[in-house]
Design a protein around this ligand. Sequence first.
Ligand code: ZN
Length: 499
Amino acid sequence: MRGSPLERLRERLAEVHDLTKAATLLLWDQRVMMPPGGAEARAEALGTVSRLAQERFIDDEVGRLLEELRGLEESSDYDSFEASLVRTTRREYEKATRVPPELVGEVRRASALGLSAWGPAKESSDFEQLRPHLEQQLELRHRYVSCFPPADETYDVLLDDYEPLMKTAEVRQVFDDLKQDLVPLIEEIGDAGAVDDSFLHGEFDPAVQRELGLEIVRAFGYSPDEWRLDPTGHPFMTTPGAGDIRLTSNFRPHDLSSLFATMHEFGHGVYEWGVDRSLARTPLHSGVSLAVHESQSRTWENLVGRSRAFWRWFYPRLQRGFEAQLGTVDEEAFFRAVTKVQPSLIRIDADEVTYNLHIILRFELEQDLIDGRLEVSDLPQAWNERMESYLGVEVPDDARGVLQDMHWSGGAVGYFPTYALGNVISVQIWERAIEELGDLDDRFERGEFGDLREWLREHLYVLGAKFTPQETIERVTGSRIDAKPYLRYLREKLAPQVA
Ligand code: ZN
């Protein structure tokens, strides 16, 4: 046998990594470039490449190497590359080898079928079309859970796939804190009267939007050597490898939401971009979890991109780009419009405050479904009741209610909480950055974002996935996940609307 066990493990993991990244590129191409006719062939290709990656990873040889490396892991510093690689890989390997390949295949097929049923069901606002798929997804989730040792709560096992080692009870605590403060805050803001945002709806040339979006992210740290920005329907970020960051945005012709989507995806991109390059082609070369990832997209979208200082810099430029639409709208009016709080039906269009309640509602319904307290057939009604009680809005049809998101159709249960956890974590990290860097407003007003980006890179991005999400958060912020800083931030920022 060639090489040390560590070298052999690295070689094997590099192959798995390359195959996974090939799948990433196939997916990027599918969503950005591919003509619709390629769908069937692409599904086959994706299936093959993903299966090969999975087979290479769960191979007995990986298990043997991990055993051989126990001594090295124990004798190496916890923070070292060697110890981190073996520790992280062992955890993933133990999880992956518990699930029989037949079940993996069945889950993948059901996911593809569920997702393709979702579009038409939503289109015709017909929950019945989707119901059997959701029932099957739940059944498969239960079979998946049964592959693992019993947890405190069934939901723990599902959550772990998106937010490793996070417990449902901990999420519940954070969300209870959020709910307790946000429901009355929304009522207060609602009573304070409407903010005019009519000028955000009109004709906005998509080509100009893209140009402006690029100008913003260039100031943030985008460079054409290592980044791309392309149009797509549902914005996302992906990276086929180190030094290759792909952002996408939806340049809708009737509003300016693409600017915020572009900043959001930049936040995901810059996290991946900043991971230590010495971790390349290992499982450590990636953001650590969905919630921590979302904390960075929310940082660049909301903490930077929805700040007064940011618009003091960029608003004159935006006005020049859309003279006819915004020439007579002053900066303060624009700022209030893009930070307006108003309960609404659709999660992805929700403001900074109400967004969290859309997530809490989904988190609670997911647990009710998985614990058998709620039947799938009763889901639309339960959804509508909770929308009324948390947000005070009446759901007119299932398309704008329970059918609006695709996650459950594809079997993703336990994913939603990471969005709101990301909001919470974003402000915890932000407060640490401000403590060390001082107030950033002057720098933002001059269009300077490098100090913030570099602080985040040095303290967070560079770590990649060497530690658990909780360890990562504690290393950066000095504390565990906590809703208080985020609630304080929302109150301070949106107080003018209440006053
Ligand atoms: Zn995101």
